[in-house]
Design a protein around this ligand. Sequence first.
Ligand code: MBD
Ligand code: FE
Length: 312
Amino acid sequence: MTVKIFNRPDIQDFLKVLSGLDQNGGNPRVKQIIHRIVSDLFKAIDDLDITPDEYRTGIAWLNELGAAGQAGLISPGLGLDHFLDERLDAIDEALGIKNETPRTIEGPLYVAGAPESKGFARLDDGTDADGHPLIMHGTVYGSDGKPAAGAKVEVWHCDTRGFYSHFDPTGKQAPFNMRRTIITDENGRYKFRSIVPHGYGVPPGSPTEKLLSALGRHGQRPAHIHFFVSAEGHRKLTTQINIAGDPLINDDFAYATREGLVPDLVERTDEASIKANGLAGPFAEITFDIRLTALVNGVDNQVNAQRKRAAA
Ligand code: MBD
Ligand code: FE
């Protein structure tokens, strides 16, 4: 027996009432969004005959997810972060804006306030003994195609265990380990020394992992390095690069891999390069230039206030 009640006039009226659409107070945008999302949920319950038991299982999972602080983790896992990027790309395309360095998702693990330096920074504190040294560098270009001096390159990545400082379950890492802000030099160049990060996996046994498992999916990401890049007169770029050769590059649970964001990684073994970088042995080198886009009518039309809200 299939029962469908979604289209009943009293149910449709009920949706308006529970969304406050019959009230003068409140926020009209919130009312509009809640009305739509709860309507879609009602319809799904009706169409799929979702039982009260199934529904309560979902509610219990949401409580677990919130208690674990993982709403920002399942979000990329369910592709929503990537979908938002696809929308920003489509908006740019409609405006005739070309993103030569593609955007990709921020993820939930950025921390503001990393130490700042000019031109060069060492990101790691040397305590990750398994780390293979990495030298990464490049030029930030402005929308005029010229190197952007004084641009801000914020960079963060995880260690060889896949753990980020400030989110390390072992509590082992010092604050801001593998997080720095580098201001490009007079030639628009940035450079850093660190270690090659490993991939990331969602916490074992977590609500995020439980849902992914129920979908027959894994919660692993290929090794990657995050960037925010900003400069006067330009839109802030949020992106990541992948470590070339990682087997999960095209199997990322967060769907962040994009063409143009997998630079070559060159293994350097010659004494001259080793010496020139003040290292003791072979290291990996990545060269990656970054091209920013201009403000639109004087503003960043895609500014993301996520960080400001989190700080408030
Ligand atoms: C990460 O390190 C990350 O970058 C994303 C998008 C999700 C989870 C962990
Ligand atoms: Fe990450």
